[in-house]
Each structure stands twice: as structure tokens, then as C-alpha cells.
Design a protein around this ligand. Sequence first.
Ligand code: U5P
Length: 377
Amino acid sequence: MRKMKIGITCYPTVGGSGIIATELGKMLAEQGHEVHFITSSTPFRLNRMYANIFSHQVDVNTYSVFQYPPYDIALATKIAEVIKNEKLDLLHVHYAIPHAVCAILGRDMAKSDIGIVTTLHGTDITVLGADSSLREAIRYGIEGSDVVTAVSNSLRDQTYELVGADKRIETVYNFVDEREYHVKDAGRLKQELGIGENEKILIHVSNFRNVKRVEDIVETFHKVHGKVDAKLLLVGDGPEMGRIVQLVNKLGIEEDVLFLGKRDNLSELYNISDLKLLMSEKESFGLVLLEAMACGVPCIGTAVGGMPELIDNGVNGYLVELGDTEGAAAQALQLLTDPEEHARLVQGALATVQQRFHSTAILGEYLGIYSRLLEKG
Ligand code: U5P
């Protein structure tokens, strides 16, 4: 395949989507393609120098004449500039709103016919839930893109349902960097956290928003905790944190719940964990599940959104109904007290990542899409 020049636009600091866009950019660069990030700030996981990754920052002027700074116009202008100056082959943008719309506008400004790939991560649909007046804009972004992908079949179907776009949407799953997320020795981390050698560890990682239902995680742990020696690691931070601290205190389990705040090197924390919990009421993919599985951690999740596409009941974890903390606790107890069953699910989790979500395979799917577009052009 010939080397391409690819423009990538994402919100570099927004959860799973920013991470996927950045990781994809890094993998493309490692394959010799030239990558141009066009974003409001430098992608945060771009942690080493790549000769063939360039970062174009969007500056928004805040003239007093504008009641709202015109970020979208500034981004479209920057996209047009980079298309022309760098002679890009294609654009890959993450989110229909505003990025696909800005890409279409930027392409128009540059008088170019460059292909646009838009990846939907779920936030578009969340935005729509909050503001249906944006439906037309989302549809415009989707229909004006040359190829649209969604990170799960669930998100694809939900997008058809809510936006009714006249466009084929392909599922391309998320992935993790296996060089970072794999089974490894976490050294003395367990002791350093004050956790006993024989204690089991349950872990939850999220942005502590309402939709993550962290209270269900705490309730589940509370039911498990009386029956096996265990600690709960709560990783991340967000608006619900205060309420969760109160609940933990109310239940009297503060000694066994460790609030670790926002962290960077999650693979070590996964590597000391026995079980991962994610009990969200909405989840378009659930990247943290894949991260945990890549480190050999079985997962219990709610049967909502994309989670049933990752969690295979009894193979790499268990699915429970939304809010079913009894069911989650029962599954957790069974798993934590049966070493053979646990070992079987650990293997299942590792196999899932290898067989269905391997980064090389996912990169191949994106490269296939890019080549199709370039051949068409
Ligand atoms: N994340 C961190 N540190 C934290 C909390 C979350 O790196 O303290 C990362 C997760 O590892 C995951 C992403 O890659 O944020 C959240 O993904 P999602 O829940 O938006 O899919």
C-alpha cells in the first residue's frame, strides 16, 4: 500500500474517542504513513517524538464581538489550510458533531474532493438525547462523509434509529495498544496499596458521571465484601465523586474502598485486579473492559449498549441487567471463590482481545477503508 497523508481530528482529551484517535494515529505513523492531527490541543497520549506525526493547533480568537468563540469555523479553516498545505490524501474525523461538519466545510473551503471518514463514538447520540435540534446537523455530517464507522453494532443501530441517516454505517471496533495492556508483573504495587496478598481486588475505571452508575459498583462490592476478603479500586474522577464517597461512608466500607483518582498507568492496576466492574446505563463500547481483558481480567458488565458485543457470558465475564447489583454480586462471588473458573475466564478474556479486537486487525480494517476511498478518488 502506498504511504498516505492522513488528517485526524478528535477531541484529544475526551475519554475513549481521544485515546482511540491518538492510538490509531501512532499506529499509522509506525506503518510509515504521515499523520496530521488537527485539534484544539496536543493529543495527550502522544508521549514520544514521531518524525511523521504533525500537530496543527486550532486557535480560536475571542473577539468581544462574538458572544461565543467560533471554534467550529476556526477548525474548518484550519482543516482547509492543512488539506492544501500538506496535500492530505484523506481526513479521518471522530464525532459527527462538530468534526464531520467542520471537515465537510473545510473540504469545501479548500475546493478539494478529499475523502472524509467519520467515526461515531457515541457522544453524538448522547448530544442528540440532550438536544434534538442538532439531529439535522448530525445527519448532515454523516451523509456528507464518504465513509462512516461506529464503534459497535449497538451504536450503529441506535444511530440509524435516532438520526435516520441515509448512509451505510460500518462497525469498526475499538482496540487497545497490546504493548501497554498485557499481562505483566506489577511488582510490589499490591503491597504498596496496603492490600493483603490473599485479598481479592475488584476494579472500576470511569469518569464518574451519572451514566456510569458508580453507586451500583459500590453496592455490588458491599454485597461481595462481607463474604470474601476484598478491596475495591475506584479509578478516575468526575461529578459524582462526592456522592460516591458519601455512599461508601454510609455503608461503612471506607477501609476497603480505595479512591485512586485519575491515573495514567492503568495497566499495572489492571494487572493486580481479579475482576472488573462496569455497570453503566449507557455505554457505546466500554474501552475500559477491553483494557482489563487485555491484562487478563474477567469483566462483569450491564447488558446495555455495546457491552454484550465485548462480554461473552461465561467466557470472559458475565452480563447482568441494569441495576442488578444482587446478580452482579452473586456472579462476582462465584468467580472469586472458584480459582478454576476464574482461570478459565482469564484465558477467555485474553483470547477475546487476541481474536476479536486485536489492534493489528482493527488497523487493517481502517486501512482497508482508506484504500477503498483512495481507489474511488
Ligand atoms: N482513563 C484513564 N485514567 C483514569 C480514568 C480513565 O486513563 O483515571 C481512561 C481509560 O483507561 C479509558 C478512557 O481508556 O479513559 C475512558 O474510556 P471511555 O469510558 O470513555 O470509553
